[in-house]
Design a binder for this molecule. Sequence first.
Ligand code: F6R
Length: 613
Amino acid sequence: MCGIAGYVGKKQAAAILIDSLKRLEYRGYDSAGIAIAGDNGKITRKRCKGKISNLEKLIRGKNLKGTTAVGHTRWATHGCPSDENAHPHADCSGRTVIVHNGIIENHASLRSALSAAGHKFNSETDTEVIAHLLEDVLKSEKDFLKAVTSAASKLEGSYALGIINSDNPGELIAVRKDSPLVIGLSADGNFIASDVPAVLPYTKEVIYLEDGQSARIKKDSVEVFDSSLKKIKKKISKITWDPVTAEKQGYRHFMLKEIHEQQRAVQETLLGRINRGDSSVSFEDFNLTAKDFKKYKKIFMTACGTAYHACLVGKFLLEDGLKIPCEVDIASEFRYRNPPIDDTTLVITVSQSGETADTLAAMREAASKGAYTLTICNVLGSTMTREADGVIYTHAGPEIGVASTKAFTCQLAALYLLTVYFGRLRGSMPVKQAREMTEGLLKLPLKIKKFLDEQEQATEKISHNYFKKNDFLYIGRHVNYPLALEGALKLKETSYIHAEGYPSGEMKHGPIALVDEEMPIVAIVNKSFVYEKMLSNIQEIKARGGKIIAIATEGDTETAKIADDVIYIPEVPEILSPILTSIPVQLLAYYISLLRGCDIDQPRNLAKSVTVE
Ligand code: F6R
């Protein structure tokens, strides 16, 4: 997903912007560029396809001087990745330069009108129309901020924009609608960025710009305006993340580092929320009374990708603990299927980033129909957390690897807590059941550590037996069926191996036809009430020559007799097992991808934060 950065300050901007853009690399990108306004007002643009290292080579020795600049990492939406399509984009005169994250939906009609009026376009992007549109507006409106907001009012779609102009030196205008934008404040100058990690080495003080707001940013001032250009006072948020938490800390990849952070991340997500005296749960930012909750007759959960898999586990938990129906939908489907929602519906969205366009749209759709919206989210101040009626934060810390790992286990932890919270509120969960769940949860972080200490090497070794295979199946039952889906997703996105997840009971209805000695099957066979059924399933596969990698409970000798390889997880109550079974499926994907030489932290075609539809 595109990342934007900008700086107006006392220091030379080029090095700062390159550094900020590198900190946005995790969002995924295919080209990068910067534009710097020199002291004479002239703006120089440097852009290229590929990695930021290419851009560094391009600007090396060019003596790019200037203290006002914008930069961009592009994830192609309109036009292929190329030098010409890379941002920043300029108007015909080169005096107005723009970086943009989002999609301009009416770009085609704007482009033809602007072309007819004589504007010359140099790229295929939707963004370039904004620069030309602004060029026209600036002919009659000399106030830079007013001109930007007037041009923005003609745009349909989503945008976070950073704009500089030769006639307004030392000034950067930022505006947003449906795409994230933060402003960083420091004594040496002020910043804009798509996300906090880009500014963290320079400041811990940020302002989150809201939809429809704009900002005039200078080296020693930041003014924020509402949609009618009335100046407003914004809260300055203090970021508690340490910049080193956003670095790899000695691990070869962020994905591996984040897999190892799960003990701490899950611990922090549980921290302070369980009252061991009465086994109740409370949340700092979310509180419903029993009376409020009584009116909810149905729950919908909606999310994308890995977060959707967390919702599938959540369905088991909530229906069991609350005894009310809970439906789970992929957000891109939910938003268009006109689901039956009213003010007796509770809609839960789950998102690491809090910016995923489909999930956000699904949440807005639910809110417009009168539902109470609750979001489980990892990013403080993200759009979903600002718009939802209630928020439960997962405290996973920044997740940089594109493949979600620690955010997922923390989403699960939050869903267990939510189940106890609602179950007690509704009176549908006996204290004994709440105690078993909360006490079991508190033991999980140590079990995660035990698994990593004792089984990581074995998992790595097992990966050597299978990394050359082209197709995998993942199977599981009950709460571990979603983990089969998640295991398959992790493998396909990081290793590019084709993989499918199935509920084991479905094998005989079709997929078992695929089984032969070339098809490894990862089976989640931990001790549970469906254990015997899982044993039968893997026996059926074995009888057809399939290769089985089992994820089993330590001490299970029966599974070892059937499976080709076994990864053992510590014993855990079945209902809580998904947090533990997550770790071996993540590690398998990681080590197989490593052996295949894949770009693990930034898999091809993927972005960390999917802020377009
Ligand atoms: C897969 C992955 C994605 C995300 C999905 C939703 O490893 O990371 O499938 O889970 O794009 O993103 P968020 O959680 O930010 O809404």
